[in-house]
Design a protein around this ligand. Structure first.
Ligand code: CA
Ligand code: CA
Ligand code: CA
Ligand code: CA
Length: 273
């Protein structure tokens, strides 16, 4: 039943897409010095590499700390044979900007709707966060659906692909550094598992032609060009909804912290303990 409804919606797409042909969806969102972009046309298909992205916390033209970020999906069942990138032809895809710092792409797969959303937050120059969420709403009135969502990030600390190191700092947290600072802290709330490795070992698991699950934590902490993926596995009861999320936080240099008045406080606390 699941595969039949997907095919049905694909046929509708084909009949409408020719008249509304346009580049694959993307756009830019901003909050103060934090700017995030999904490059239009870079998310080319369900079997492709996801989207090219840009994430600066130092204003336009600042170091791009995130060269790629996307979500993959797998609904386990009889006809499941691999993971696929979230993607539908643009005529079937709804792109919106609910706020200046928020971008939303909605996909209707027939038996479920996937709402992919980014929120960017600029706390100060050099200090910001990017939250990526997917909300899945089941449209199936009868069957429970077993979902696997995969969030993938090609983190490039300091805007350079190389020289990054990764350390697991919590069950769902990995910290990336290039030298001492700045630090990218990736947190994956409620994820079942994560896997970090040198590029493109994690993405290859999502783009090859079989079923993979992400586990192992920090597999290769560098230094090198590193990437990370996390997996969220859950079962959706008929007509129910679930949201999963990951957050990348860029922490400023100690000098920038001091300028913000936070560094002195941190040092004061450290001295007293
Ligand atoms: Ca780097
Ligand atoms: Ca594989
Ligand atoms: Ca795979
Ligand atoms: Ca990287």
């Amino acid at each position: 039943m699941l595969s039949r409804s997907i095919v049905a919606s694909s046929l509708i797409v084909l009949s409408g897409s020719a008249a509304f042909a346009q580049p694959s969806v993307g756009g830019t969102i901003q909050d103060g010095p934090a700017i995030f972009s999904v490059l239009p046309g870079s998310n080319t298909g369900p079997l492709g590499n996801g989207a090219s992205t840009s994430f600066s916390v130092n204003g336009l033209g600042g170091p791009n700390q995130l060269a790629a970020a996307w979500w993959w999906i797998r609904v386990d069942g009889q006809n499941t044979f691999r993971e696929t990138a979230l993607f539908q032809p643009d005529a079937q895809t709804t792109l919106s900007f609910p706020a200046g710092n928020q971008m939303r792409i909605v996909y209707n797969y027939g038996s479920f709707i996937a709402i992919m959303q980014w929120t960017v937050s600029g706390f100060a120059n050099g200090f910001g966060a990017l939250t990526q969420t997917v909300t899945v709403q089941s449209l199936d009135p009868v069957n429970a659906l077993r979902f696997n969502l995969f969030n993938y990030n090609d983190v490039d600390v300091f805007g350079t692909a190389g020289n990054d190191t990764a350390t697991q700092t919590g069950a769902n947290t990995v910290q990336f550094t290039d030298g001492a600072f700045p630090v990218v802290r990736a947190t994956y709330e409620s994820s079942n598992a994560l896997r970090q490795d040198v590029i493109t070992n994690v993405r290859d698991l999502l783009t090859d032609n079989d079923i993979d699950n992400l586990s192992g934590g920090v597999v290769n902490g560098g230094p090198g060009d590193l990437e990370i993926g996390s997996q969220f596995a859950f079962t959706l009861d008929p007509l129910s909804v679930q949201t999963v999320s990951s957050t990348l936080t860029i922490i400023p240099t100690p000098g920038a912290l001091a300028l913000m008045g936070l560094g002195g406080l941190a040092m004061f606390r450290r001295r007293r303990t």
